[in-house]
Write a new protein. Structure first.
Length: 100
């Protein structure tokens, strides 16, 4: 069964915030209409290990600064197999995804 996040709201990571979480792997997850006032409308990942999303979709997610769909900072490898970003926006950088 797929995992769905709908209309999540937060300062960082409207639906998911992972800080120092080790490796992160998700399959068939969707983020719809999620918003963050700063970074990572759908998902915010910082100081963690590898990030692997298979079949993930980000739709209509927004961020007040960077990473409308997803914000990834100081992590290991990032793998997005079959991921899609649709109508995601950010005020400054990375409407779909911001990786630094």
């Amino acid at each position: 069964e797929a995992l769905h996040f709908v209309d999540g709201i937060g300062d960082r990571g409207g639906a998911v915030l992972a800080k120092g979480a080790g490796d992160i792997a998700m399959k068939d997850v969707s983020f719809t209409g999620c918003e963050a006032s700063t970074r990572g409308g759908g998902m915010y990942v910082i100081s963690s290990g590898d990030v692997s999303l298979e079949g993930a979709s980000f739709s209509e997610c927004t961020a007040g600064s960077e990473g409308g769909g997803m914000y990834v900072f100081e992590n290991g490898d990032v793998s997005l197999d079959g991921a899609s970003f649709s109508e995601c926006t950010a005020l400054y950088f990375g409407g779909g995804m911001y990786v630094f």
